[in-house]
Design a protein. Structure first.
Length: 465
């Protein structure tokens, strides 16, 4: 079999974790399977890099730079010493060079008092840049040949949308040549989360983007299966940190995972299913700390079970925008004006709802896009196209996901009756055209409770075949 295996931040958090990962990989390598690996940064490192990079342009001095560099050195060197003792000299040199260039760029951000999307992407790719050489050395320590590639070297070509770049289809053939050609001899290691534009400018793929890298590389090498190794037993009926009796799902469909991750289920990056789906590659989510459990299978047509609703998720950092005006009724082009104005400012609309009276359109956007959205829409009031625009940050979006909802009458009724009984006020409702998702908006404080109520209503903690 040919596998792409991706290990997330918790799975590579220290030397012991890396050795556990090498144990897993060694097993497949010895059994004659071909494996390529994608690794994330160590848990917490990307957050630390983002926090400092964002602070520097307005910081009163740059005294926080050397301590972060020292901390990263200590953490990666400790991991290296523990996981690949014979390769300390060789890899230390790489780590030192990377830390020196990271320090330079952080000082430059402070001195210029400017963090551009391009420089931010470059800085935040350092978590993966520091960890991947350690992973490669840990494999060589076990006698498994391994070459390490950054995302760009591996062939991930992307759009120039910094912070949320998308892979170009041309990547496939480059990846096949660069990575696919090595699999008979070794386990290549690719740094997740990053790629580059056709001009070689480093881009990142969005938070949790290593899942997306895994799918891009897996599609490029024509993997039989893509395995996402993480710190839970698979995709669950809800976030286990919110619902303590959430259950692992045996199998879900591509569409269900897309709906779940789009609405905030952190277990997968929202766009990560796309390349796998294009090539019809089976994806499996497994637990690095419990490798013998089967995990969750993600396939084209999910396992048909008797359950209509499979999983629930909610996303906190959103805002609602209400656009009102009787003059919108029956007037063609209003929606076009709204959506073009938002697209021009690169505002991503997560949910749309329009009443049949057409006098009101409600939108849900990522909270970080709210200011740009309001700026973009204000001229429509001045021009008399709409009467008023209001917004609300105190909201969250909840999604009820299950491919079985398509064509099944009465699910909406059950959802909103259960919420009504629990006294939850639903502000906006929307159903995706895939019918695999009914989403709604409630006050932020009602988010976790809504999920709890519906988890009970649909008996999701009970075993199902
Ligand atoms: P990794 O570092 O391996 O990529 P993440 O922290 O990004 O791991 O994602 C795994 C985490 O996602 C889990 O520890 C869990 O808390 C969270 N999570 C949220 N929703 C779900 C869900 N529906 N199923 C499983 N895990 C979920
Ligand atoms: N290191 C990146 C992040 O924290 C990518 C990933 O973990 O998948 O977002
Ligand atoms: Mg992740």
């Amino acid at each position: 079999m040919r596998f792409l295996m991706k290990f997330g931040g918790t799975s590579v958090a220290d030397a012991q974790c890396i050795k556990r990962v090498v144990d897993i990989l060694e097993g497949y390598h010895k059994a004659g399977d071909e494996v390529a690996v994608v690794v994330s940064a160590q848990r917490g490192v990307t957050d630390q890099l983002i926090a400092l990079a964002e602070k520097l342009p307005t910081a009163k001095d740059c005294s926080e730079v050397p301590p972060l560099i020292a901390h990263l050195r200590e953490r990666h060197m400790a991991t290296l010493r523990g996981a690949a003792p014979d390769y300390v000299r060789e890899v230390e040199e790489i780590i030192e060079k990377r830390l020196a260039s990271l320090q330079h760029i952080l000082f430059a951000i402070y001195n210029l008092r400017e963090l551009t999307p391009r420089s931010k992407d470059y800085v935040i790719s350092y978590g993966e840049r520091l960890l991947a050489p350690v992973m490669g050395a840990a494999l060589r320590q076990r006698g498994i040949p391994s070459t390490v590639f950054d995302g760009c070297e591996a062939g991930i070509l992307t759009t120039s949308q910094h912070g949320e770049a998308t892979a170009l289809s041309r990547s496939d053939e480059i990846i096949k040549k660069k990575i696919g050609s090595l699999l008979k001899k070794e386990i290549p290691v690719v740094m997740g989360f990053m790629g580059c534009t056709e001009n070689g400018i480093i881009t990142t793929l969005g938070r949790s983007g290593s899942d997306y890298s895994a799918s891009i590389i897996g599609a490029g090498i024509d993997a039989d299966e893509i395995w996402i190794w993480t710190d839970v037993d698979g995709i669950m009926t809800s976030d286990p940190r919110v619902i303590n009796d959430a259950r692992v799902l045996k199998s879900v469909s591509y569409i269900e995972v897309m709906e779940l991750s789009y609405f905030g289920a952190k277990v997968m990056h929202p766009r990560s299913i796309d390349p796998a789906m294009r090539k019809n590659i089976l994806v499996r989510v497994k637990n690095t700390f419990n490798p013998s459990t089967p995990g969750t299978l993600i396939v084209r047509n999910g396992h048909r079970d008797s359950r209509i609703v499979k999983a629930l998720t909610y996303i906190e950092k959103v805002a609602s925008i209400n656009i009102n005006g009787a003059q919108m009724i029956g007037r063609p082009g209003v929606a076009k004006a709204i959506f073009s104005a938002l697209a021009d400012r690169e505002v991503n609309i997560m949910m749309i709802s329009q009443g049949s009276s057409e006098a009101n359109i409600s939108l849900i956007v990522d909270e970080s896009h709210l200011d740009a959205a309001v700026d973009a829409l204000t001229p429509l009031v001045t021009d008399g196209i709409v009467r008023e625009i209001s917004h609300n940050r105190d909201v969250c979006a909840v999604a009820v996901v299950g491919a079985g909802m398509a064509g099944a009458a009465g699910t909406g009724g059950r959802i909103f009756t259960a919420l009504g009984r629990a006294g939850v006020n639903v502000m906006i409702i929307s159903q995706g055209s895939s019918e695999a998702n009914i989403s709604f908006v409630v006050r932020q404080q009602d988010g976790p409770r809504s999920v709890r109520v519906l988890h009970d209503e649909f008996q999701l903690s009970e075993e199902c075949n």
